[in-house]
Design a protein. Structure first.
Length: 319
């Protein structure tokens, strides 16, 4: 269950009971380890189809915090521009801790909203105009899914071409290779890590790709059920109100899509067989865009981050 995230000149790793942020600065590696706030043993937050949304939101919050912290620790920090008057005013009014919490919450909220708008709302709006000619829920959702995939692939491809992102994607590759080495039960050395593939089935990019594909199936089934249970809705087909209601309904179904995708991610992380390889193949291929081969200094960061979150009890990190 160990996973991570690329940072600015560093890597964040999440273990079963602690998180670690490791950044390479001017004076070497800075390692910061914090305990995880885990739900109680019998908490509903650990139940299937609930834990997916909970962990997704939690990972976003931790990821934004780690990214902000890496910006503070990165070599460029000493050369950063002075705080703006707005930053100083907000920090004075909210207090440093409250300011940080407010900033993280806003960043997570904004990031999720932008993702929903770009990858779901826009394809839904475009696809809804086809309801004049296509009555099948599956047909409409296939069109939406195709538009969604084109936007997602184009977006990730353009991001991967940005010069500023190439180094970040190299740290992403180092994170994957380090976890692969650990899963292969090999000693965590630079030489062993270097030999590993930079593609990993539990990658967040693969998770998003699964969400995209699953949304087609789940939205189709849910839309058909809704039209069956509410016959009068079908008579409104083609109207603005019909399109609005269907889009709103699908957006409400997004937590279900995320939950199912999370359970699938756990499944492919636990087993290695023909079925799981088929499921993960598109995501692994897509990581050609989102990961680059790291240098040895990046691998050292990955090793330090992973070693910092290893559990004391062997096997405690298994799903």
């Amino acid at each position: 269950m160990i996973g991570g995230q690329a940072l600015i000149e560093g890597i964040m790793m999440r273990g079963p009971d602690k998180d670690a942020v490791v950044v390479r600065g001017k004076d070497g590696l800075t390692v910061e380890v914090t305990p995880r706030k885990l739900p109680k043993k019998n908490s509903p937050l650990k139940w299937p189809l609930i834990r997916g949304v909970y962990n997704f939101l939690g990972s976003n919050v931790v990821g934004v915090k780690a990214l902000m912290r890496s910006a503070d620790l990165s070599p460029e920090e000493g050369e950063a521009e002075s705080e703006s008057k707005l930053d100083k005013w907000l920090e004075k009014k909210l207090g440093n801790e409250k300011f940080q919490k407010a900033l993280v919450s806003f960043a997570v909220f904004l990031g999720i909203c932008m993702s929903v708008v770009l990858f779901f709302l826009i394809p839904m709006i475009i696809g809804s105009f086809f309801d004049r000619w296509i009555e099948s829920s599956l047909g409409i959702n296939l069109i939406e899914g195709a538009i969604r995939m084109v936007i997602f692939i184009l977006y990730m491809y353009l991001i991967s071409r940005m010069q500023e992102m190439k180094r970040l994607f190299s740290y992403h590759g180092a994170e994957h290779k380090t976890i692969r080495c650990y899963e292969a039960k090999l000693p965590l050395t630079v030489e062993n890590v270097r030999k590993q593939t930079r593609r990993h089935p539990r990658c967040g990019t693969s998770f998003l790709l699964v969400v995209m594909v699953l949304s087609i199936l789940i939205f189709s089934i849910a839309s058909s059920l809704l039209l069956t249970l509410v016959p009068g809705l079908a008579a409104m087909r083609g109207s603005f109100l019909y399109r609005f209601l269907m889009i709103a309904f699908k957006l409400l179904m997004l937590p279900v899509v995320v939950s199912v995708a999370y359970e699938m991610n756990r499944l492919v992380g636990r087993y290695d067989n023909l079925l799981t390889r088929i499921v993960t193949a598109p995501g692994l291929w897509f990581q050609n865009f989102t990961t680059n081969e790291p240098d040895d200094s990046m691998i050292e960061v990955g090793i330090a981050a992973l070693e910092a979150v290893l559990p004391q009890e062997e096997g405690a990190d298994q799903w």
